[in-house]
Design a protein around this ligand. Structure first.
Ligand code: CA
Length: 233
């Protein structure tokens, strides 16, 4: 069976949409373009794409609202493609449930790389999402026994470090924002909590990153949040 991935592009800039379409078609993706938010949501319902590329600045709707609408019914990977370089828009899109973002102007290589990450996320979103043992190169997390090993050596984490690691690992390949970490790991948001994340993250990194200057497992997305390494299959 040939597994052709369907990509829905919601973008009102014809040039950018055509550029993406051309490139994606040469990579054997099935591409559909819609120029408004309403048409995009309709196309999503009708053609059930595997991945959505979404422009945040559309003529009829805010991109954030589109993400919220789609997230009510689907976990389809959404990659935000936005000209707005303001971090707050990217963060708001990620908080609303977008998986990733690229900022215009971007290279097709960059976008393709993000699409491949989203494809792996798709694979993972299948039944395996509740896997009991998560493996990332030399790092293995046994969620049932709560045992973490790095190069077969058991490492000891504080309960909070463990909770943080598990949250990041379960969202591997996806950008998670500071807000999402606050909400999901800490359960509340204030300035202290934000500081605590940094402290806890530093502690976790010291324990799992062999070279803290070149993180292998927890990548920093500057001003936005973190991205955990891809799962090893
Ligand atoms: Ca636009």
């Amino acid at each position: 069976m040939i597994d052709v991935k369907k990509i829905l592009i919601i973008e009102d800039d014809v040039k950018i949409a055509s550029f993406m379409e051309l490139s994606l078609k040469t990579q054997d993706y099935d591409v559909e373009i819609e120029k408004t938010g309403k048409a995009g949501i309709l196309a999503f319902c009708n053609s059930m794409p595997d991945i959505i590329l979404l422009d945040l600045g559309l003529p009829d709707m805010e991109g954030i609202d589109i993400i919220q609408e789609i997230r009510k019914v689907s976990e389809v990977p959404i990659i935000v493609v936005s000209a707005r370089e303001f971090e707050k828009d990217k963060i708001a899109a990620l908080d609303a449930g977008a998986n990733d973002y690229v900022t215009k102007p971007f290279s097709m290589g960059e976008l393709s790389a993000r699409i491949r990450v989203a494809e792996r996320y798709l694979l993972k979103a299948s039944p395996a999402a509740e896997e009991k043992v998560l493996k990332f190169d030399d790092l293995i997390i046994d969620t049932e026994r709560r045992i973490i090993t790095l190069k077969q050596q058991e490492i000891h984490l504080t309960p909070l470090e463990y909770k943080l690691l598990l949250y990041l690992a379960k969202n591997s390949g996806k950008v998670v924002t500071h807000n999402q970490i606050l909400k999901e790991v800490w359960g509340y948001m204030d300035e202290d909590a934000a500081k605590n994340i940094r402290v806890c993250m530093a502690g976790l990194r010291r324990k799992i990153e062999p070279d803290s200057t070149h993180p292998h497992y927890i990548m920093t997305e500057i001003g936005v949040g973190y991205r955990f390494a891809q799962q090893t299959r």
